[in-house]
Design a protein around this ligand. Sequence first.
Ligand code: ADP
Ligand code: MG
Length: 347
Amino acid sequence: MPSKNFVLGIFGGGQLGKLLAIAAKRLKIKTYIYTNSIDSPAIYYADDFIIGSYLDKKKLNLFIKKISIITFEFENIPFSILKNLEKNIPIFPKPEILKTLQNRISEKVFLNNIGVKTTEFKKLERNKLKSLDNNFFPILAKTINLGYDGKGQTFFKNKSEIIKYKFPNDQYILEKIVNLTKEISVVIVAYKNKIFAYEPIENLHSEQILRQSISPARINRNINEEAKTIAIRIAKRLNYRGVMCVEYFLKKNGDLLVNEIAPRVHNSGHLTLESYNVSQFESHIRSVCNLQSIQPKKIMNAIMKNALGKNIYKFIERKSYNKEFFYDYGKMHVKEKRKLGHLTKVF
Ligand code: ADP
Ligand code: MG
């Protein structure tokens, strides 16, 4: 059990941070949020917060003086900053892991090196576009760092389209489009000495944004086992601590490819709040704070729908029904396709 003065520092102040802070409060763990934006719903649920740039050394120093360990709801804090902070304070998951996973290329290289299949990919080399194989298309070009909810992604049907395109200055990965039948994700929680997997969740996207998650995923037993086994293997190889989510593409022939790994709690895992004995948020707090472990057990089936942009008003005005749980994250600004809330229905 952590001491009375124990304070959990959390980087990021969005809905994931808010749900982590709420879970921590239930476990009597104090939280302190560091975020770079005033529009951060998590700050109202934490014991304290600070608003500053993730590069502001003065504020970061103030922050670490008041906390016992650091974790994240937002994984794109620059590695050099984390490496420096780590000299003075434990960070879970480890900055080295974030460094590998922040970059879509090093993430895939790591996975392929441990025998895990990913999509076919290449780094964009602006002067070699003409030598790309026609069979590599259609593709998605994605920024190597910092993408989320499909941001920084451009679709190219064929070679002539990409040759004509003026890429902004960032670095890009080119990924072959997978002819997929389903997308699934597996949330795992890694404690000091054991790792548990939640059941695979089925995810429906449109315009590269998650719209709906369904638990359990409608897949056969073999795929179910394989998805959990791969996720646990990845966590072991990373020597992971905390909650992590592996996103997969399932192909028609049964091949399971890893799309990407989120080194944090995940949107698809929101439905664990109502449909499991222990939510992904509580699991994360328990593991990084070294509390007693709990094996996740599914107690209900569930469907979660994201409320994006102005759509949130429809959710707010809607009558609520039995066995439905609506979350309004309380963000200040309604922007197109921004994740503003979600609704989970259990059955
Ligand atoms: P983000 O970091 O924005 O979540 P992802 O790489 O997970 O980026 O892409 C978002 C979504 O876009 C995926 O869940 C999937 O629906 C679609 N997508 C991304 N890459 C591919 C691909 N190579 N083939 C088919 N669909 C893809
Ligand atoms: Mg994704």
